[in-house]
Design a protein around this ligand. Structure first.
Ligand code: GLN
Length: 310
């Protein structure tokens, strides 16, 4: 296994020059394009890693899977999915177009508009971000996980497109709170700092029906895990979800910080990191690592018997 992971990293290194670090959030532009790392945690709790696996980065859109968990726990299925749909958009993660032309509701929780609506469902009650952070720490198994203040402030300052979408949604009474409150929570959720082992720990819980792989303790209810993994399949890589499904075939979620988290049903959690992104905002290095691992460990959800590579 360790050899396969090392090989996956070496394979991915051949592509990382093609990636561009996100700059629309100025603080993300400081990401080092040469960083590349991976961590894999099996259902038995065995952990493997390689490269810059301990390098911290911000979750960005990976947080959308966790804010969805929190929202479903707090307000339930009917409320959340009265605010946001479950269909792929085919548009960029930050697109505003279908909010006005197709439906007033954002199409799914894995795009920015959908995650802002989801965050608005988490705003009621005491210290919403504290509650979110507690959830992240539990899912990732590390108590020291915290906010990257500089990224949060940078995103809050630069996030005009997100602001436009939030105000549009508020004008249609879609948000559960004021647009600025939902945005503030959303920006903080995106700016939580983690590394690949944190995310692999989280992904193996998803792979294990919401239970901790070693202790067996239930961390997330099964029906919520099912919804989150399904949306990772259909929408987790934005408008690249279809191609990722064919080439990699693992429920996954990417973020513009350079991370991708992937949950191999009943088997393992994997997280990969490399800051350079493709045109759709998915990390090129992390994508290639997952492609390699899927192929060599036979992880595609429809692996079959034909080893033809596409
Ligand atoms: N915080 C980022 C934004 O709102 C998240 C986008 C992403 O990771 N794709 O633009």
């Amino acid at each position: 296994m360790q050899q396969t992971i090392d090989d996956a990293l070496a394979y991915a290194r051949g592509f990382i020059k093609e990636g561009k670090v996100a700059t629309y959030i100025p603080e993300l532009a400081k990401g080092n394009p040469d960083h590349v790392g991976v961590c894999l945690v099996t259902k038995k709790g065995e952990t493997y890693h390689a490269g810059d696996w301990q390098q911290e980065f911000t979750m960005q859109s990976i947080s959308k899977t966790m804010s969805l968990i929190l929202a479903l726990e707090l307000v339930g299925y009917d409320k959340v999915f009265s605010k946001v749909g479950v269909e792929p958009t085919g548009d960029a993660f930050n697109s505003i177009v279908k909010l006005e032309t197709k439906t007033l509701h954002p199409l799914n929780p894995m795009i920015n508009a959908g995650a802002i609506a989801t965050a608005s469902c988490c705003v009621g009650g005491e210290d919403p971000f504290g509650r979110f952070l507690d959830l992240v720490r539990t899912l990732c198994g590390r108590d020291t996980i915290t906010l990257n203040e500089a990224v949060y402030l940078s995103e809050k300052k630069a996030g005009m497109r997100n602001r436009a979408m939030a105000y549009l949604m508020q004008s249609e009474n879609i948000l559960e709170c004021d647009a600025e409150e939902a945005l503030d929570l959303y920006f903080k959720m995106c700016s939580v700092s983690i590394h690949t082992q944190d995310l692999a720990n989280y992904a193996v819980i998803l792979a294990n029906d919401g239970c901790h792989p070693v202790t067996g303790e239930r961390i997330v209810e099964s029906w919520i895990v099912r919804i989150v993994k399904t949306l990772m399949v259909t929408c987790g890589m934005y408008d690249g979800s279809g191609e990722f499904a064919i080439k990699v075939g693992i429920p996954a979620k990417s973020g513009v910080g350079g991370g991708i988290v992937a949950s191999v049903e009943g088997q393992m959690g994997i997280a990969a990191f490399c800051p350079g992104l493709d045109a759709k905002g998915n990390s090129i290095g992390a994508y290639r690592i997952l492609e390699y691992l899927s192929r060599h460990l036979n992880l595609h959800y429809f692996a079959g018997t034909d080893k033809k590579v596409v």
